[in-house]
Design a protein around this ligand. Structure first.
Ligand SMILES: Nc1ncnc2c1ncn2[C@@H]1O[C@H](COP(=O)(O)OP(=O)(O)OP(=O)(O)O)[C@@H](O)[C@H]1O
Ligand SMILES: [Mg+2]
Length: 476
């Protein structure tokens, strides 16, 4: 049974079901709550989502080959579709399976939280640690009250490292996630304005991130970005939680893993960095542009140090890191007469990541008479501070040497009016309204950055342009 993730006995022990209907198989190959993913042999959990109740997809999942479905409200239709494991609360059941996975694994678990850079750092860690052992990490963000238990429940028996992203919108959420994941190493990437909803200020956000230290495994190590605002709150919380060691990262002289130099070859999208890892010199190349990526890489080195691993193999892997979809991916636009460079940051935006992306744009020197064009859309979930945080980007736009600023959305109107008139391009309420303008004005040599919250739909605009200026179209 090498490809059995969970035996039926283990599932019974973890879930303590009220009833088992029909004859589930002796083992399950995977765990899922999305019937579209079912390929055969999985244990399907019917979870109540924001819009949909997974119970509506139980029959579909079983028909597609799920071994059994975990449900709280069995119906005749479900009974006739296949075996059912009946529990009171299906999300609690998934959490229970996640806890069982944590209890049975010998893997070192690395928990990653922070206001920005969680997924990027998770991917960097997964890439780097896979140089030294089998590594499990979820796809995408998967960082909330269902993503974390699902990731744990999917943890194979025999991995060496598990990297778990943890996100939050309110106090208490990280505490619940860390209690489930019990990280051996807990990372806080950054403290910044993002998902600000329930918080008055950055200190409150820092305190909520610091909850990650409350659920650690014995002898746990904290990795803290000491350059983050209120890192003192993080360090204090880690101490109070009784961690065995705190490793700080950053550019400051006092940082344990200290960035000495980051040389950005912005056009190729690589960064060469030098650091001191607890006094030992380290130099490495990261395959994604920006000093912020070098800072994320410090965290990778700190985690290796925390786990007592060799530094060289994970460090060498960083060269293979590539920008994630919508987070810095680059496209060449084939215009009549030459090429333009498009940087797609359409997935996510908050003030910290906007500044990081603008800094990268500023480091690229446009070719010929090309220009730096920034298409910036609203940063969502910033609460009352939204307008001021948008206007506050004017300095970063200026420092990046942006020639044309196009803005999208009501909040970005604040930035549009805060920049000098000579920089102002059009301001639109919706992204697609910029398509015709951009197709008209783009010229060879231009470097164009798209950045905004995913809900602002800049991704569709990026697709429209990459399709319109695909290589085969404009060779004539
Ligand atoms: N250390 C950093 N400082 C500033 N920006 C960063 C940093 N690391 C990554 N970013 C940028 O922040 C944005 C979000 O990155 P990422 O998806 O990794 O964050 P996240 O914390 O996982 O976000 P979410 O809360 O949506 O899950 C991207 O534009 C990314 O390039
Ligand atoms: Mg994420």
């Amino acid at each position: 049974m090498t490809d059995v993730l969970w035996s039926l006995e283990e599932v019974r022990a973890a879930l303590a079901p009220d009833e088992v209907i029909g004859e589930p198989p002796a083992g399950f190959a995977g765990v899922s709550f999305d019937s579209r993913e079912i390929s055969g042999g999985e244990l399907f959990f019917a979870i109540q989502g924001v819009r949909m109740d997974g119970h509506a997809f139980v029959a579909d999942a079983l028909e597609k080959g799920a071994g059994a479905a975990v449900v709280s409200a069995p119906t005749e239709e479900m009974r006739s579709a296949g075996p059912l494991i009946v529990v009171e609360d299906t999300l609690k059941a998934l959490e229970a399976l996640g806890r069982a996975a944590r209890a049975r694994t010998a893997a070192k678990v690395i928990g990653v939280t922070g206001s920005v850079g969680k997924t990027t750092t998770k991917e960097m860690l997964a890439l780097a640690l896979s140089a030294l052992g089998r590594t499990h990490a979820p796809p995408g963000s998967f960082n909330n009250h269902w993503g974390v238990p699902l990731t744990l429940a999917r943890l194979p028996r025999d991995v060496d490292f598990a990297v778990i992203e943890m996100g939050m919108n309110a106090p208490g959420e990280i505490a619940a996630l860390t209690a489930m994941a019990q990280p051996n190493v807990a990372v806080v990437t950054h403290v910044a304005e993002s998902h600000i909803g329930a918080f008055d200020d950055l200190a409150g956000i820092a305190a909520a991130k610091a909850e990650i230290f409350s659920g650690m495994a014995p002898e746990g190590v904290a990795v803290i970005n000491a350059d983050a605002p209120h890192s003192d709150i993080l360090i204090e919380a880690a101490r109070a939680a009784g961690v065995s060691r705190i490793i700080t990262t950053g550019a400051d002289e006092g940082a344990d893993v200290r960035l000495l130099r980051a040389v950005n070859d912005a056009r190729s999208g690589m960064v060469s960095a030098e650091a001191l890892v607890c006094g030992t010199p380290a130099s490495f190349v990261i395959g994604t542009a920006g000093e912020h990526m070098a800072r994320n890489a410090l965290i990778v080195l700190a985690v290796a140090e925390a786990l007592g691993l060799e530094l060289a193999p994970p460090m060498q892997r960083l060269r293979e890191m590539r920008p994630l979809a919508g987070r810095g991916q680059r496209h060449t636009l084939h215009l009549r007469g030459g090429e333009a460079l498009l940087i797609d940051e359409s997935y996510n935006a908050n003030p910290a990541s906007m500044r990081a992306a603008l800094a990268v744009l500023g480091e690229i020197v446009p070719e010929g008479n090309g220009r730096r064009i920034a298409v910036l859309a609203d940063m969502l979930e910033l609460g009352e501070q939204g307008p001021a945080l948008h206007a506050g980007l004017a300095e970063a736009v200026d420092a990046a040497g942006v020639d044309v600023l196009c803005t999208v959305g009501p909040l970005m109107a604040n930035l549009h009016s805060a920049v000098p008139a000579c920089v102002r391009g059009p301001h639109m309420s919706e992204a697609r309204e910029l398509e015709a303008f951009l197709k008209e004005v783009l010229r060879p040599g231009d470097v164009i950055l798209f950045k905004g919250s995913n809900g602002m739909k800049l991704g569709a605009l990026v697709r429209a342009l990459t399709e319109a200026f695909a290589p085969e179209r404009n060779l004539a």
